[in-house]
Ligand binder design. Structure first.
Ligand code: HEM
Length: 405
C-alpha cells in the first residue's frame, strides 16, 4: 500500500531509470525526489534507446504547460485525441465542444450523476464492503455512457478502452498486445457510426449535441467528433476511476480523517483536492520541444520528448509544505497541477469534480466506518500507458450508517 509511503533519499544509480517498469509506475516518487534535489531537468536515456527529459519542479512544469508554442502536445498521432493536438486545430475542436462540459452543461446531467452514483455504490453498503474498485470503475463509466447516450455492452467498451490506452502506451515504447491497434480502430469506427446516427436522428443527450458539430456546415469532421468521444471514454473514465480509488484507499486507512470529514462535510472539497495533489492519476503530461529550450542551465534539444512530471510538481517542497503529508488543511490545497494548466487544462474537470463530490458526499452520508480489508491486499494499477496511478482492487470493510441502513 503506498498511501503515506515516504520517499527515501536514493542515489541516482540505485534507481532504475525505465518508465516501463512496474516499480516506477507504482511508486515514481523517489525518482522525482532525486530529480528535484539533484537535477530538476533530468535527461533519461531509456533502455529502448529513447531519450526523455523529465521536468520536475512545480514552477517549470506550470510554465511549460502554459507555453504551448515551445512545448508542443503533438507527441503521437496513434490516437487522435485533443490532448495531442496543437493550435489552431486544437482551438477549433476545443471551442466547438467545451460548452457541453462547462458547469452549465454538467448541471443538466446533475440528477443523473447523482442517481448513477447511488446505484453503483449500493452493493458496498449492502455487502458491508467489498472491492471498492468495482464501484470506482462502474460509476464514471456509466456517467460517460449516459452523457454520450451509448447503448452497448460496457465490457466491449472496456475492452476498447484498454486497447486505446495500450496502443498509446506502445507509441511511448511500452509493451502492448498485437490486437491493441485493431481494438483502437474498431472503437473509432463504432464512434463514427454513433456520430453519423446522431446527425441523422438527433437525441436529447450530450453525445448528440457534440455530433451536430459535424453536421453539414459544422466546423468539425465526423472523425474529429468520434476522436473526442473516444477521449471522453478513455480520459473521462479511468482518470476519475483511479482518483476515486485513491480517495477511498486513503479514507480506508485513516479512520481519524474519515471521522473528521464525516463530522464536518464542508471539508470534502479540500479532501478531494488533496487527493488529486497527493496521487495524481496522470503522473505526467508529455510534450515535444518545438525548439531548443534551456531551463535551469539544461538545454533540451528541439524534437526531444519532455515529461511534465505533475506527480513531482505536486510534491515540490518549495510550493507545498511537508508535501509527503496528506493534509486537507494546507492553505494552497487546490494549487496542484493535476488538471494541468494552459490550453490543454482538463476540459472534463467540472465533470470530474462533480462526480468526486457526489461520490464523497454520499459516502460520508451513508457510511459509518470504512477500513481496508486486511485479508485482501489492494492491487495497484499496472500497464495501460504506464503513466496512470491508481488501484485495480481496493477491498474495504464498511459499516453502513444506522440512519440509512
Ligand atoms: C480526476 C479526473 C481527471 C483528471 C485528474 C484529469 C486530468 C487531465 C489532465 C492533466 C489533462 C491535460 C493533459 C495535458 O496537459 O497533456 C486533461 C485533459 C483532458 N481531459 Fe481530463 N482529467 C480528469 C477527468 C476528465 C473527465 C471526466 C473528462 C471528460 C469526460 C476528461 C477529458 C479530458 C480531455 C478531453 C482532455 C484534453 C483537453 C485538451 O487537450 O484541450 N478528463 N485531463
Amino acid at each position: 500500500m503506498t498511501y503515506h509511503a515516504r520517499t527515501r533519499k536514493v542515489a541516482h544509480d540505485d534507481l532504475v531509470w525505465d518508465f516501463g517498469t512496474q516499480t516506477y509506475q507504482v511508486f515514481p516518487y523517489e525518482h522525482y525526489r532525486w530529480c528535484r534535489e539533484n537535477d530538476p531537468v533530468h535527461r533519461v536515456d531509456l533502455p529502448n534507446g529513447n531519450v526523455v527529459y523529465m521536468i520536475t519542479k512545480y514552477d517549470d512544469i506550470k510554465a511549460a504547460a502554459l507555453d504551448h508554442k515551445r512545448f508542443s502536445a503533438a507527441v503521437t498521432d496513434t490516437v487522435g485525441w485533443l490532448m495531442f493536438k496543437d493550435p489552431p486545430e486544437h482551438t477549433t475542436i476545443r471551442s466547438s465542444v467545451q460548452s457541453h462540459l462547462s458547469k452549465k452543461g454538467i448541471d443538466l446531467i446533475d440528477a443523473a450523476i447523482d442517481r448513477i452514483n447511488r446505484e453503483t455504490f449500493q452493493y458496498l453498503l449492502d455487502g458491508r464492503g467489498g472491492d471498492a474498485a468495482t464501484y470506482c470503475q462502474l460509476f464514471p463509466a456509466a456517467v460517460v455512457n449516459h452523457m454520450l447516450g451509448i447503448k452497448i455492452d460496457p465490457q466491449q467498451i472496456d475492452y476498447w478502452i484498454g486497447c486505446s490506452l495500450r496502443a498509446m502506451g506502445q507509441a511511448f515504447g511500452l509493451p502492448g498486445k498485437p490486437e491493441d491497434h485493431k481494438g483502437q480502430a474498431d472503437l473509432v469506427a463504432f464512434l463514427e457510426g454513433v456520430v453519423r446516427d446522431y446527425i441523422a436522428h438527433p437525441e436529447d443527450n450530450i453525445g448528440s449535441l457534440l455530433a451536430q458539430n459535424a453536421a453539414p456546415g459544422g466546423k468539425l469532421s465526423v472523425r474529429n467528433v468520434a476522436d473526442f468521444m473516444n477521449m471522453l471514454f478513455t480520459g473521462g473514465h479511468e482518470t476519475t476511476t483511479f482518483t476515486l480509488s485513491s480517495a477511498i484507499g486513503i479514507l480506508g486507512q485513516d479512520p481519524a480523517l474519515f471521522r473528521r470529514i464525516k463530522d464536518d462535510r464542508s471539508r470534502i472539497p479540500a479532501f478531494i483536492d488533496e487527493t488529486l495533489r497527493y496521487r495524481p492519476v496522470l503522473q505526467s503530461n508529455p510534450r515535444i520541444a518545438a525548439e531548443d529550450i534551456t531551463i535551469r542551465g539544461v538545454t533540451i534539444p528541439k524534437g526531444s520528448i519532455v515529461k511534465l512530471c505533475t506527480g513531482s510538481g505536486n510534491m515540490d517542497e518549495d510550493v507545498f509544505e511537508n508535501p509527503e503529508e496528506f493534509n486537507i488543511d494546507r492553505p494552497n490545497v487546490s494549487e496542484h497541477l493535476s488538471f494541468s494548466r494552459g490550453v490543454h487544462t482538463c476540459i472534463g474537470a467540472v465533470l470530474a469534480r462533480r462526480e468526486l463530490s457526489k461520490a464523497m458526499t454520499h459516502l460520508f452520508e451513508t457510511v459509518a466506518s470504512i477500513q481496508l480489508d486486511a485479508d485482501r491486499p489492494v492491487k495497484p494499477h499496472l500497464g495501460g500507458t504506464g503513466n496512470e496511478h491508481g488501484f485495480d482492487s481496493v477491498p474495504v470493510l464498511i459499516e453502513a450508517d444506522v440512519v440509512r441502513a
